[in-house]
Design a protein around this ligand. Structure first.
Ligand SMILES: [Zn+2]
Length: 200
C-alpha cells in the first residue's frame, strides 16, 4: 500500500492546499457535475485528465471497454445503468459523452477473443457490443480502430434506449457526444456525421 499512501501524502501536501476551497464548496453545496462520462477502465484513459476537468465537474462511469448496455430494467446488477440513472435523473447533467480510446483491450477481446482468465464476467459483458462487430471494417481500415469507433457509436445508440435519456434529448435538456482518445499521440477526436474528427 506504500505507493498509495505516498501518493496521498503528495496530494495532501501539494494539491489539497490549492484546492481546499473547491472541496469545501463541493462538500457544502453538494456536487453538480455538468457532464457524465462513460469511459473504459483502462488506466491510461482518465476522463478528468483528458478533458482538463477538476473534481466536481465530471460524473464518471468506467467499465470494461466503456460500454453502455441497452435499457434492461430487471433484477440484475446493472452498475452502469444505475450510475446513468443517478447522473441523468438525480444530478441532472447537461451532457453525456462516451469516451472510447485506441489500444482498447476490451475491444480487442471482442474481436480476437477474451482471455481465458476473463470468462466469468468480461466475456458476457463485452457481448453488449456484439452488434458493433456486425459492421465490417472498410477496406484498408485499421480493424481495431474501426471497431473501437463502432463501439462508441453503439454505446450512443444504446443510451437512447433509456426512455428518460431519449426524452431529455428530445426536450433539449441533454446533449450526447462521442469521443476517442489516442493514448500514443494524446489527441482527442470527436464523433461527427462524417466520423471521428480530430479536436484542434
Ligand atoms: Zn479500453
Amino acid at each position: 500500500m506504500d505507493i498509495l499512501i505516498e501518493g496521498y501524502r503528495q496530494f495532501r501536501q501539494k494539491t489539497w492546499p490549492e484546492d481546499r476551497a473547491r472541496y469545501e464548496a463541493l462538500a457544502t453545496w453538494g456536487q453538480s457535475p455538468h457532464t457524465l462520462v462513460i469511459s473504459c477502465s483502462d488506466s491510461r484513459v482518465d476522463p478528468q485528465t483528458v478533458f482538463g476537468a477538476v473534481p466536481g465537474e465530471l460524473f464518471v462511469i468506467r467499465n470494461v471497454a466503456g460500454l453502455v448496455p441497452p435499457y434492461t430494467p430487471d433484477a440484475g446488477y446493472h452498475g452502469t445503468s444505475a450510475a446513468l440513472e443517478y447522473g441523468v435523473r438525480v444530478l441532472g447533467v447537461s451532457r453525456v459523452v462516451v469516451l472510447g480510446h485506441a489500444q482498447c483491450g476490451g475491444v480487442r477481446g471482442m474481436v480476437e477473443g477474451v482471455p481465458p482468465e476473463a470468462q466469468d464476467f468480461v466475456a458476457p459483458w463485452v457481448e453488449i457490443a456484439r452488434p458493433a462487430l456486425d459492421v465490417p471494417p472498410p477496406e484498408h481500415a485499421h480493424v481495431l480502430t474501426h471497431y473501437e469507433n463502432e463501439v462508441v457509436r453503439l454505446s450512443l445508440t444504446n443510451l437512447l434506449t433509456f426512455p428518460w435519456i431519449a426524452q431529455a434529448v428530445r426536450e433539449g435538456r441533454l446533449e450526447l457526444g462521442g469521443f476517442r482518445f489516442d493514448i500514443h499521440t494524446g489527441e482527442l477526436s470527436r464523433l461527427a456525421e462524417s466520423g471521428f474528427v480530430p479536436v484542434t
